[in-house]
Design a protein around this ligand. Sequence first.
Ligand code: ADP
Length: 396
Amino acid sequence: MKVLVINAGSSSLKYQLLDPDTKEVLAKGLCERIGIDGHIKHTPTGKDVYDADRYMPDHEAAIKLVMEVLTHNYYGVIKDMSEIDAVGHRVLHGGDKFVESCIIDEACKQAIRDCIPLGPLHNPANLMGIEACEKAMPGKPQVAVFDTAFHMTMPPKAYRYAIPTKYYTEDHLRRYGFHGTSHRFVSKRCIELMGAEKASRVIVCHLGNGSSLSAVKDGKCQDTSMGLSPLAGVPMGTRAGDIDTCVAQFIMNKYNMSADDCLTMLNKKSGVLALSDGVSSDFRDLDAAAEKGNEAAQLALDKFAYEVRKYIGAYAAALGGVDCIVFTAGLGENSGSMRASICDGLEYLGVKLDAEKNKLRGEEVIISTPDSKVTVWVIPTNEELMIAQDTAELCK
Ligand code: ADP
């Protein structure tokens, strides 16, 4: 079986063609600057990369170009589109309507549309991707996989905000959480690797440009650090993370800033980028600057590690202890120094890192010592594979 996985943004579209059974990736790529001018980078496995400026006025044009390169006689990996069995879409916000992935039909599209107020930046783009595929590949089965779905098992004490009830009942304002496909993939993998009993209480640390943690009991999410939006939780590349709301009120009043502009500042100009006084939102740059003695970069790294460590402590309390801690995503998989810094101070929980193992990067490995009470893992995430597997399962 071959599944095309699509992650559509407002002016970009990421794709991957893969076999969910063999896990083989046939090709992946990125269309950028859709609606502006257009650029595609297509990477077919074992063949030359196609990297070109190509005009893409809209998402339908982008999908048509993806179809063209996938079936191209030189850069292509399939003869024609009939070889693709189904399309799986990453959709940001499923609100409280979707507890799992679903086949896309009119009702599903309407439900995604209904969630636009909750995911105003992403859901419209996700819908554009879906509708572009419907037009370009009529009749091809399509599946939506929601970033929020895995977190829908949280109990009300975790997902309700302590604000008047009508904002929950009428406006659906609550904690939803994101990166759910990744949290599901790595927590499931951790259970496969350890067995259900030894991976009963798992804390997943998805640390990348965007970062979130989740507390998972027996494979089900109990709590997660992001909230109504991906702004909440630990500080991130450019997002502030948890913050006293009065900070926003103060800034808006003093600088005559609108709520939208203030939120843009908290989403795009904050996080470790701001803490490092503009050095970078990329942790590799922060490491390099801190090594040269840049104090602001060091503060950004220390603050990030401190806040992640605090969430681990909180989730150990929420789960009544912890069996496994799993690091995943760009930073979690690759930065041994950040993992060490986060775990430094978690000895009281029974966490003992193996300094040598912790140097390994990007592979599935236990980085704690054999006598560590908590097993600490690095498990590379694979959201595309999870989306392809869900799609295959629903389209059987
Ligand atoms: P996204 O949230 O955009 O999917 P990723 O999960 O790809 O992000 O993570 C990207 C981030 O991972 C980069 O911004 C960088 O800060 C961090 N990263 C990747 N490799 C390393 C490394 N070797 N050392 C430190 N940080 C790294």
